[in-house]
Ligand binder design. Sequence first.
Ligand SMILES: [Zn+2]
Length: 441
Amino acid sequence: MPKTYLAFDDTDSPGGMCTTYLAALVIKDLDDYDLIGLPRLVRLNPNVPWKTRGNAAICLAFGRGKGRTSLCGSVGGRDVRCYESGTAVEPEALVEKASRVLEHVSRFDCEQTNPGIVATVKRPPQSLYLRGVREIVALEEVETMLAGLGASWRKYKEGRGLIGACAAIAWRPRDRTWEVIAYRHPEKLGTDRIIDPDSVMQMDKATKATFNNYDYENGHVAIAPGSPCPILYGIRGDSADELLMAKGMIRGEEPDMWLLFLTNQATEDHIVDRRIRSIRPRDSARIHAQVVSKPVIIPGKHVIVRVSDGEEIDAAFYEPSRSLRAVARGLLPGDEIVLYGSVRESPRSLNVEKMCITGLTESRRKLHNPICPACAKRMGSLGAGQGFRCKKCGAKAPAESAEIEKVPRDIRPGWYEPPVASRRHLHKPLRRMSRVDIDNL
Ligand SMILES: [Zn+2]
């Protein structure tokens, strides 16, 4: 029995608390246990209707540590180190201690906040994680599973957080990234964050494996949240070592604490290949389709394109997607595209979060009506697609006989994604996409 997993979810609120901050407080308070492995930050289904903010759950493993340690944070003025492996501790004692911290800081007044906390030595199966990130899982099912595993847990109010907590423990990373999160001094909460944007751009350029640092399209520091939560900034990347270096490059307000998390952010684990007829509201789906209507711009400058794979759906490119939306305006019927997005119920549509144009149709324009071979005069049109007739002798000619010219397309095949500021946590940036992702289209 190598370690005991402790997980919690749904402790944050729009007003301030955040689940990752609770992780730091729990680590600070449970210092009589050893941390085994990195803290894990697991994003779950971004389309659940009752999510608080980013739908993040935290999983920590505690025990009696063995083997080497590595630096993974600083809380309460002390370094946090995690062990390679260890031995398990009593789950009930962990839940007891962690619930005291949670009860002290959670925003129980927020209707959307329904915390759950669980500790277990045996883990739920990976399938629970995959369902938690892609579907809606019932609380009763999770409680039955936990009882079977011999877990200890607490629910607060409706206790929906238990679902995410369990899914976070179930996560066995296939793809994974890291995030280093720095937290603000409590006395700074409610004031504007002080982060030097130049230092963020310098860090962005000096590092190879970080992403989503700075939104050059909107001139916006993307590592800092917009909400009044205790996070000062979070830097995401594909190298834990480089993130620790990147943290040292940010100038501004001095953080109170920091933690390094292993995460499923930017992995696209939520996306499933679907046919249009089988997609359901709140699914995150990838569809291969053909454009069937010209783009329409609706109030709010959103772009709607009708697409089909046999069945049809409206693909919506919302204004914040900026450059992605601009490309969508250049689509024409017949273009072949692959769309990543989430399904809206009403009006039923796919909210596009990433697009690959795999084939562009030829755009043609009629230059002139054909010339009557007998009279050497231009023929008259019988209406769109109806062909031509000579006004003088009545001879007819098919629609294809017009003189046409090819019009150059103003968009190109390839990948398009929204600017940094409007990407979701699970969005896999193009710079993270491998040859395998692209071959698997
Ligand atoms: Zn004629």
